[in-house]
Structures are given as structure tokens and as C-alpha cells.
Design a binder for this molecule. Structure first.
Ligand code: GDP
Ligand code: IMO
Ligand code: MG
Length: 437
């Protein structure tokens, strides 16, 4: 066999490997990732979360009601799918069980279907308290976190005294690790009257149900792939909130871009298949930090009220503005999306013209990409393209051809700028309110 034959036979082997598809955001979160996961979820055997914690809020319409998911992968509503909260996640045990309870109330069965990685780190109550204290003590430099303890838990992980789910398999060892981290926090933050015994008792009471859910997810996910199972990852947060690549320091504390899938599940990049990027037809952001296309005017108000832009996790009003294609071109570059889903096109109906951020000027000079420094991003001047709007209700449209001409032009314009096909267009919150393109 000559070397080029060897190369091609190797490549055809690599291409036949079972792959993980990923649904990732492309902006500052809340793009509608959950909605696409729900729409395509019936195609998958295994649905996973790889990063983040209960800072995520993914809303779907289930049984005609809006249901928000924070830790549990949305795939749990698909009867054929098993779900795993991966090793890259941070998990508050009490929040997880509250979510499980609320799923039971709407008759979603999680028995033998929902698992948590033994390598996932535990969020304790003191992590959440200290998240709030960090914000309080930061004054004007606060981040606007969800106060779910995300930053402190990832910090504990990096400082190497974090406690992982697997430690719960041996209560004495767990207690020892718990006391070490609790004492570090108690001294560092001068915590008074913290009910650590109550916290331990609560966790212990949940063990009979929790322990069977704790698995070696790295082995199980790789085994599922070897067996030819179809695996989907539900991205959480978003690339502009990525700890390395986002608008630091106004970011979350995990890798919310493609890299987080690999480290957060323990899989090789060779295992990653189709990467779906979710692009909201405009931009929103929750929390602090620069937002070049923000509209602090009637347009912003309109996008918020028509798009129901209020945080699923904290209820905070989301900041709203025009679509920013400098930003989405950057996240498209980083994540190399194969396919895009443009959500909430229906929210733009009725606008006479629609603006889209196309270039950033800093001190009069065009920037080639997103600047690294938040201070620079706060100063950029945005150059906009302006496109004509449409007035027809599109919420019941189910084919691209039936969309008003200007709506089609808006979709095609985004495809052209980003150089990636838009295969799904969201025209409503329901699972079926999607146009395949
Ligand atoms: P995620 O965090 O990326 O999953 O997004 P969220 O669930 O936080 O926010 C998206 C919101 O928009 C949810 O309430 C969805 O039900 C809703 N949604 C998703 N796609 C569409 C769409 O195409 N049109 C409309 N009107 N709502 C949508
Ligand atoms: P989904 O998955 C929107 C934001 C917070 C805050 C910053 C840091 O629903 O798209 P953290 O609590 O993570 O330390 O907060 O990140 N943030 C999100 N904003 N959607 C999310 O997730 C977010 N997850 C974190 O608002 O500005
Ligand atoms: Mg959300």
C-alpha cells in the first residue's frame, strides 16, 4: 500500500467513527440553544451537558408550557435518550434535585436515564454565598453573575481542593474533603453561622437517590460512541462568555466554546461531528460588560417585550440590541460552525428597517476581529448595514419560500456574511416553529 492509499484508508476509517454533535451559542447566551436541542433531540441516544452549571437557563415548550432547564440536559424529555451531566460541569446537588422534582411534577421520568459524572465538581452553598460577596465587594467592577456559585466552584477546582461527585461514594472521605474546603472558605470569607452540618445532612439524605446516578461518564460516553450510538451535546452559556475567548472579565468561568466539549466530556476532537451554531436574529446580554450594538432606546425595549427577553435563571431583563456580525463572525471562526440555526426571526416582524453591526472602528481604524480588551470593546464605533424589514406575521410559516421577501433576504445576507449555511430558522418558541432551509 502506498503512503497516499494509507492516508485515504485512514481518513475513511476516521470519518466512519461515531461522532458527537454539538449545539453551541454564538453570542452572549440565550440564543435558543434549548429550542434546537428539543427540535432535533429525537435523533439521539445520549444527550449531554459538558460545561457550566445552573447559571444556564434553557427554555422549551413542553406539553404547551414553558419549562426552564438549568442542569438537566433537555434530551430528558425524549423517551429514547439517556442524559449525562459531564465532567466539565459544576453541580449543586440541591439545585439538581429541585430540578428533578419539578420535572417529575410535569411527568418527565428521569429514572435510570439521568446520570452525573463522577468527575463533575460540587457547588456548595458557601460557593453561592461567596459568589454574591465577590460581587458585592467589586463595586462598579462587578460582573453581574447569576450568583449560582459558578466562579467560586471553578476556582476551587483549579486550586485543587474542589470536591467531585465521585467522592460521595465514600462518605468519610467526602466529609474530610468537605471540611477542608469549608474551612478554607470559612477563613477566607470570615463566614459566620454557616450551617455546614445542615448542608452535610441534606446531601447525606439525598445519597440513596444520587449515588446510582454517579457514573464514570468519560468511559460511558466513549463506549457509547464505540457502539455507534448518536450523541448530542447541549452547549451552555456561550462563546462570548467563554473564560478564555469571551469578553473577559465579563464572562462565565468555563470554556463555553468548542474546546469545552472536548475537555468537558473527555473525548477527542476527532469525535466531534456536526457543530451547530445558534444565532439569535438580534443580540441580548445579561449582566455587566460592553455591548457595542446595544439599543438603549425604543428599539431595545421593543426587542425585549416582543422577544420576552427576561433571564430564565435570574429573571433579570436582558439587555437588547441589533445583531452583531463582527461578534458572530468571531465565534464562527473560533467554533467553525458547520450549520447555523437563526432563532427568533419572528421577533423582528414589524420593524421598518433592521440594522446589523458589520464593522468595528477603534480610534477611526477598522478592527480585523473582536478586540481582547473589554475597555476597547466599550469604545468601538459600530458601522451598520441597514436592511428593509417586513410586516407580515411569519409565526405560522413553515417553508423558506413562504417567508416575506425581505425576511428571506435577511437570512441570505447573514449566510453570505458568515459563509455558513443557515439550516434552521426559528419563527416561534414551540418545537415545531422551525423552518428547515
Ligand atoms: P438558551 O439559553 O440558548 O437555550 O435560550 P433561552 O431558553 O434562555 O432563551 C431563548 C428563549 O426564546 C426561550 O424562551 C425560547 O422558548 C424562545 N425561543 C427560542 N427560539 C425561538 C424563536 O424562534 N422564536 C421565538 N419567538 N422564541 C424562541
Ligand atoms: P444560557 O446557557 C446568559 C452570564 C451572567 C453573567 C456572566 C457570569 O442560558 O445561554 P456566572 O453566574 O456564570 O458566573 O455569570 O455570565 N451568563 C449567562 N448569560 N445566558 C447564560 O446561559 C449565561 N450563563 C452565564 O449573566 O453576566
Ligand atoms: Mg438561557
Amino acid at each position: 500500500m502506498c503512503s497516499s492509499d494509507l492516508f485515504y484508508s485512514f481518513h475513511s476509517f476516521a470519518n466512519q467513527m461515531s461522532k458527537i454533535d454539538a449545539v453551541l451559542g454564538s453570542q452572549w447566551g440565550d440564543e435558543g440553544k434549548g429550542k434546537l436541542v428539543d427540535t432535533i433531540g429525537n435523533q439521539y441516544d445520549l444527550c449531554c451537558r459538558a460545561t457550566g452549571g445552573a447559571n444556564a437557563g434553557h427554555t422549551i415548550i413542553y406539553d404547551n408550557k414553558a419549562v426552564a432547564f438549568h442542569l438537566v440536559p433537555i434530551g430528558v424529555v425524549q423517551p429514547q435518550a439517556k442524559c449525562i451531566i459531564g465532567n466539565g460541569c459544576v453541580v449543586s446537588i440541591t439545585t439538581l434535585f429541585e430540578e428533578i422534582e419539578s420535572l417529575r411534577r410535569i411527568k418527565v421520568n428521569i429514572e435510570n436515564r439521568l446520570f452525573v459524572s463522577d468527575r463533575a465538581h460540587i457547588v456548595f452553598n458557601f460557593h453561592q454565598i461567596c459568589d454574591g460577596l465577590n460581587e458585592l465587594n467589586s463595586g462598579d467592577l462587578k460582573i453581574g453573575t447569576t450568583k449560582r456559585g459558578i466562579g467560586p466552584t471553578y476556582a476551587s477546582k483549579m486550586e485543587r481542593y474542589g470536591v467531585r461527585m465521585g467522592a460521595l461514594r465514600n462518605w468519610d472521605r467526602f466529609k474530610e474533603q468537605y471540611m477542608r474546603i469549608y474551612n478554607i472558605y470559612r477563613i477566607r470569607y470570615n463566614l459566620q453561622d454557616y450551617d455546614y452540618e445542615g448542608e452535610l445532612a441534606k446531601i447525606q439524605s439525598l445519597l440513596p437517590e444520587l449515588l446510582p446516578m454517579i457514573i464514570d461518564s468519560v468511559y460511558e460516553i466513549n463506549k457509547a460512541l464505540d457502539e455507534g450510538k448518536k450523541v448530542l451535546v447541549e452547549g451552555a452559556n456561550a462563546p462570548m462568555l467563554d473564560i478564555d475567548l469571551g469578553t473577559y472579565p465579563y464572562v462565565t468561568s468555563s470554556s463555553a466554546s468548542i474546546g469545552g466539549i472536548v475537555t468537558g466530556l473527555g473525548v477527542s476532537p476527532h469525535r466531534v461531528g456536526t457543530i451547530f451554531g445558534i444565532v439569535k436574529a438580534y443580540t441580548t446580554r445579561v449582566g455587566e460588560g460592553p455591548f457595542p450594538t446595544e439599543q438603549l432606546n425604543a428599539i431595545g425595549e421593543r426587542l425585549r417585550s416582543v422577544g420576552h427577553e427576561f433571564g430564565a435563571t435570574t429573571g433579570r431583563p436582558r439587555r437588547c440590541g441589533w445583531l452583531d456580525l463582527v461578534q458572530v463572525a468571531y465565534t464562527t471562526m473560533v467554533d467553525a460552525f458547520d450549520s447555523l440555526c437563526l432563532t427568533k426571526l419572528d421577533v423582528l416582524t414589524g420593524l421598518e428597517t433592521i440594522k446589523v453591526g458589520r464593522k468595528y472602528l477603534l480610534d477611526g481604524k477598522e478592527l480585523p476581529s473582536m478586540p481582547a480588551e473589554a475597555e476597547d470593546l466599550a469604545r468601538v464605533e459600530v458601522v451598520y448595514d441597514e436592511l428593509p424589514g417586513w410586516s407580515e406575521d411569519i409565526s405560522n410559516v413553515r417553508s423558506f419560500e413562504e417567508l416575506p421577501e425581505n425576511a428571506r433576504k435577511y437570512v441570505e445576507y447573514i449566510e453570505k456574511v458568515l459563509g455558513v449555511p443557515i439550516h434552521f430558522i426559528g419563527v416561534g418558541a414551540g418545537r415545531d416553529a422551525v423552518i428547515s432551509h
